[in-house]
Design a protein. Structure first.
Length: 130
């Protein structure tokens, strides 16, 4: 089962963070069809957020056809987002872990690592399009 976390400094609304985390877990194969999402009550207790925030996230996921609510039972995954590239994830994750270790050894903190990655990612994406 997925364990949600919130980053108050991300600039992304809490409900959108929950949606993104589910979508990422579906893409990476961490959630599969039939898996149950945490109950609204459990998410509220763990993250100390408003139940409407969780309900909004779950409704968006349901609208996207990724989950289905079963009244009195819970919310369940109905579709994954994995594709043929899933097999390539393990070696890439290993390379990324090595890169993260090098970045930390170079003295970068988490925010600096994220900033470096995101700017490099965006620059490369723009160059690929051009």
């Amino acid at each position: 089962m997925i364990e949600f976390h919130l980053d108050s400094g991300s600039g992304i609304s809490p409900y959108q963070q929950l949606v993104r985390q589910v979508r990422q877990a579906l893409r990476l194969g961490l959630l599969r069809e039939g898996d149950q999402l945490p109950t609204v009550k459990d998410v509220v207790a763990r993250l100390a957020i408003n139940p409407n925030t969780v309900l909004k996230a779950y409704r968006e996921l349901e609208h996207d056809g990724l989950v289905a609510a079963r009244p009195g039972v819970g919310t369940f995954v109905t579709r994954t987002l994995t594709d043929a590239t899933l097999a390539a994830h393990a070696p890439l994750r290993k390379d990324l872990r090595r890169w993260l270790t090098k970045a930390r050894m170079a003295g970068l903190d988490d925010e600096s690592i994220e900033a470096l990655f995101m700017t490099t990612f965006r620059t490369a994406a723009r160059e690929d399009v051009a």
